[in-house]
Design a binder for this molecule. Structure first.
Ligand code: NAD
Length: 363
């Protein structure tokens, strides 16, 4: 089914408000989840609503928190998210980094203990909109989903990495991906009847490669929330030893260095850590010079002859911008299963989903 972004956002907002989040926080949660769907990252969109609500009720996520500055200098900050929603803590932490980079040229922000930060590209986009280059290493403390290169046992989180490169007067370049072959949310989307996984994304305990979500979740019934703690297999790291190495650095920088904690056992609570580096171009030379060279290079990069007939070389960030335009026009596609789970969560929160003018065309 296809759902218009606006009523979908209103429904999600009302669910979180009914669950005790302030109006402003509920607005932010709804905005960023629907924006993930609009950019094509359904894994980090409204499909997360049932799980977020469950974790809020279980006390894993805490409503209405703001970021606490643990320590700071002119160009550094250690920030504690106190397990507050990433949709509140994330933009606060980015704002701290942007203000410091504006004054000092460079800022490093070590964010610890944030609840799920969602699509990390949001934070790179926010910095790029302010004209600031940013690099983000992220991990998930307490998570255990991904096998390192050469292993079958889960030892890593899906540890995303993002870079935002502003291009004055043009769209920025936004690279943003999980260091696992697929984000866990994409396994969830596949388990809920959405896009199937690429072959070999997962690995069974005996080393057999798989694309079956049951490898990660074990058995789950219809309408039952798949739980990655119940499966015996793992997601594979992307890019063989190189991706596994980048994932390890995300764990070390975002988990150990920030004080948020690394993947695996021994960490009290599930949370995101994020080490972000912010750089203001004017401190490194005339912005027009870097912009002109970057623009020239991107044209050269894109001019590579397509590998397939009718194909095209894209720069990171382009697919998301195109998808946003399309989905704002046509609506957000959701599987019946994902929509049913959101409606069930809404009803359990006392919100009647039939009150929202959802368009329901065949996708
Ligand atoms: P993905 O595999 O879809 O890769 C996305 C990146 O590749 C983007 O930068 C995109 O612009 C670029 N890209 C895609 N197609 C391209 C093409 N044809 N040419 C050039 N570039 C192209 O992303 P993913 O690994 O599935 O991650 C999905 C989302 O999950 C990300 O937003 C990530 O931040 C998020 N995530 C979050 C957490 C968390 O704990 N908060 C954990 C894991 C992942």
């Amino acid at each position: 089914m296809l759902i218009d972004a606006e009523p979908l956002q209103a429904l999600v907002r009302d669910i979180f408000q009914a669950e005790g989040c302030s109006e402003a926080e509920s607005e932010r949660i709804a905005l960023y989840l629907v924006r993930a769907n609009l950019t094509g990252h359904d894994s980090h969109g409204v499909i997360r609503v049932p799980r977020y609500v469950q974790w809020l009720r279980d006390g894993e996520f805490v409503a209405n928190q703001s970021a606490e500055i643990v320590s700071e200098t002119e160009s550094t900050a250690v920030v504690d998210g106190r397990y507050g929603f990433g949709q509140s803590i994330g933009p606060e932490a980015v704002r701290i980094g942007l203000e410091k980079a504006e004054k000092s040229g460079v800022a490093v922000v070590a964010l610890r203990h944030s609840a799920h930060l969602g699509r990390i590209g949001e934070w790179a986009e926010m910095a790029a909109e302010a004209g600031i280059v940013s690099v983000h290493f992220v991990n998930v403390a307490g998570s255990q989903l991904v096998a390192p290169f050469g292993g079958v046992d889960r030892r890593l989180s899906t540890a995303p990495f993002a870079v935002g490169f502003p291009m004055p007067g043009r769209d920025p370049v936004i690279l943003d991906f999980a260091t696992s072959a697929v984000a866990e949310g994409k396994v969830l989307v596949a388990a809920r009847g959405g896009k199937p996984l690429p072959s070999g994304s997962l690995i069974e305990p005996d080393g057999t490669l798989s694309a079956d979500p049951h490898t990660l979740y074990g058995p789950y019934g219809e309408g039952e929330a798949p739980d990655y703690r119940k499966g015996s297999g793992a997601i594979r790291a992307f890019g063989e030893h190189k991706g596994s190495g980048l994932a390890l650095m995300c764990e070390l920088l975002a988990g150990a260095f920030t004080g948020s904690g690394c993947a695996g056992p021994g960490v009290p609570r599930f949370c995101n850590g994020m080490l972000s580096i912010y750089m203001k171009p004017a401190f490194f030379g005339p912005p027009e010079a870097y912009a002109a060279e970057a623009q020239r290079y991107i044209a050269f990069f894109k001019s590579s002859r397509p590998a397939t007939a009718g194909g095209e070389v894209l720069v990171p960030g382009e697919p998301e911008r195109r998808m946003r335009e399309k989905r704002l026009r046509e609506g957000v596609p959701l599987s019946d299963d994902a929509w049913a789970a959101i409606c069930a969560t809404a009803r359990s929160a006392g919100v009647d989903p039939s009150r929202y003018p959802i368009r329901s065309d065949a996708a």
